[in-house]
Design a protein around this ligand. Structure first.
Ligand code: PBG
Length: 331
């Protein structure tokens, strides 16, 4: 067997060579940490299906935010879990609701050092657990797209007033980005950016999140509004619509099982693209690592590097703070 003049192994020979030619890098500033804050608890509450992640009190939330920012994490995305839920998700746009007050805390604590993002949806706030308000039809209860847009427009204002730099609509209602943009602009919040969860799939990987946000739907599922796992082209249509409606950044979610979609989206757009490494992706790695079946730290780094390689400019990951620390210690 004769080997030709090209020997790709030459550039893999030493750590220094590999570092020099590495095409994809992950830095702390590419990472966004999702945080849960729950109303009415005295101590942080662990989430059984997400070992290492908690529902925060206002106080522990502030500390987690300061810690993330100290490690150089690029942004924080906040999810609220209110004590009282109702059919229209009233706590979502209540100025004294948990997300709004906790966001206020973060604004004063770290607001000038990081990007504060709010998830903009109804499922954490509705008693039925759906991402919109319901309407009765002859065939049963359905999520009413256009009535939900009015709620989203109002939630966007509440979050902007509380100091959000970026709002991130995740409900997959048609027209949601346009409704939110109009509402923000009309109230003088033209500087508040929109990160659209544009290609969000109806995924079983969200299971643990629904424990964290206490938002499993009481009936049915989310398939009438989130995208079908089988479809790729549809992601580009959703992204194009969101951009036409004024999205500043777009997102693909989940990440690992959708790297093909992520690559297509990042080739297709010229705005920043995010990817959400969701709760089930986190839980799988933690579970396998706890059993000693995989090397936890190297798998974390491999997954996030691969998500970046597939085209994500930034990655939402529950490991953001820890990974930032790991990356800093490697330099
Ligand atoms: C909806 C929302 C969900 C997630 C983020 N925003 C849940 C869903 O659509 O069912 C999931 C995130 C994760 O699984 O980590 N507000």
């Amino acid at each position: 067997m004769v080997v030709g003049p090209e020997r790709p192994r030459r550039l893999r020979r030493t750590p220094a060579l590999r570092r020099l030619v590495a095409q994809t890098r992950v830095s702390p500033s590419d990472l966004v940490l999702p945080l849960f804050v729950k109303e009415g608890i005295a101590e942080p509450a662990p989430i059984a299906s997400m070992p290492g992640v908690v529902q925060h009190t206002r106080d522990s939330l502030r500390k987690a935010a300061v810690e993330a920012v100290a490690e150089g994490v690029g942004g924080l995305i906040l999810f609220g879990v209110p004590e009282e839920k109702d059919a229209v998700g009233s706590a979502a746009d209540d100025p004294t609701g948990i997300v709004q007050v906790a966001l206020g805390d973060l604004v004063s604590e770290v607001g000038d050092q990081t990007v504060l993002i709010t998830d903009l949806c109804l499922d954490e706030y509705t008693d039925h657990g759906h991402c919109g308000v319901l309407a009765q039809t002859p065939s049963g209860q359905v999520v009413d797209n256009d009535a939900t847009l009015e709620r989203y427009a109002s939630i966007a204002l509440a979050q902007a007033r509380a100091g959000a730099h970026v709002v991130a609509p995740s409900g997959m209602m048609d027209g949601q980005v346009g409704a939110i943009r109009n509402s923000l602009d009309a109230a003088g919040f033209s500087d508040v950016a929109i990160l659209a969860y544009s290609a969000k799939y109806a995924s079983s990987f969200y299971g643990p999140f629904r424990d964290a946000a206490e938002c499993a739907p009481r009936f049915g599922d989310r398939r009438s509004y989130q995208q079908d796992v089988a479809n790729g082209d549809e992601a580009l249509r959703e992204v194009a619509l969101d951009l036409a409606e004024g999205a500043d950044m777009v997102m693909v979610k989940p990440a690992m099982a959708y790297l093909d979609v992520l690559r297509r989206v990042s080739d297709f757009v010229d705005v920043p693209v995010g990817a959400y490494q969701v709760s089930g992706e986190y839980a799988m790695v933690e579970a396998a690592a706890a059993n000693g079946w995989i090397d936890r730290e190297s798998v974390i780094l491999e997954t996030v590097t691969s998500i970046r390689r597939a085209g994500a400019d930034f990655v939402l990951t529950y490991w953001a703070t820890e990974l930032a620390r790991m990356l800093r210690s490697k330099v």
